[in-house]
Design a protein around this ligand. Structure first.
Ligand code: SAM
Length: 223
């Protein structure tokens, strides 16, 4: 996948994919968007209810959501993080990531560590109780375990350019893979997406969006 490095308004980098006319993050702030959509609306909202968390990320990309999750979860919370990615960054792209310059709790050696880990195995690269399994696969082909995840970061490219990932089938299998009360966050707030999530059984909230966007979605599994 051809990508171009792109500086966003909060000083952090993202990538632009010319073939899709899409960026990995908001150009108004990659770190700010990730903090808003996945950390504040997702992780911090459910942390008080958990001492141990299973997190699934659709689209590992730069690893920013993982790095922020480690930075914002208390040391005594056990985290099991599964990250799915089909098109990993190349070494010269990894070297450009500057999230350590924006968030003091992100360390450059951790950025390198998480990207250099082998695929499809579990490691503890950041702390003893933070497991990471990166899986290199097309998400559509990944078999999700049932009743496992407390939190899902759904960070695919936009529905307009990647409609194969925003389907009833995908959301039905995500619903089945989550625990009752589990939360799925995504930056997209399209009406069709909201109705699709509702049809799969999720209770869906529209929250204020990141970086000037009007809305984002948070969906909760309620049985
Ligand atoms: C919008 S970007 C988000 C990246 C990431 N969350 C981050 O913070 O950098 C979407 C990510 O999904 C990956 N991706 C696209 N299609 C995929 C697919 N079918 N299966 C798995 N990963 C995919 C892309 O390579 C990219 O890393």
């Amino acid at each position: 996948m051809e990508r171009e490095l792109c500086l966003t308004k909060d000083g952090s980098y993202t990538f632009y994919v010319p073939a899709l006319h899409e960026c990995y993050h908001s150009i108004n702030g990659a770190v700010e968007e990730a903090l808003h959509v996945y950390i504040r609306a997702g992780l911090l909202a459910i942390l008080p209810l958990h001492t141990s968390l299973h997190i699934l990320e659709m689209g590992f990309g730069t690893g920013l959501n993982l790095l922020l999750t480690e930075a914002f979860s208390p040391d005594d919370t056990s985290v099991f993080y599964t990250a799915i990615e089909a098109y990993p960054l190349q070494e010269q792209e990894i070297q450009k990531l500057n999230y350590d310059k924006i968030i003091s709790d992100i360390h450059v050696e951790n950025i390198m560590k998480i990207h250099h880990l082998p695929w499809d195995e579990t490691f503890y690269p950041l702390r003893h109780n933070f497991a990471l399994k990166k899986v290199k696969v097309l998400f559509e082909n990944y078999e999700l375990e049932k009743d496992l995840f407390d939190l899902v970061y759904f960070d695919a490219f936009a529905p307009d350019v990647q409609n194969e990932l925003w389907t009833d089938e995908i959301f039905t299998s995500l619903y089945a893979s989550m625990k009752n009360g589990g939360v799925l966050c995504t930056y997209s707030a399209k009406g069709i997406l909201r109705r699709r999530l509702q049809a799969c059984g999720f209770k869906v909230e529209r929250l204020q969006g990141a970086c000037g966007k009007r809305e984002m979605l948070r969906a909760v599994k309620v049985e």
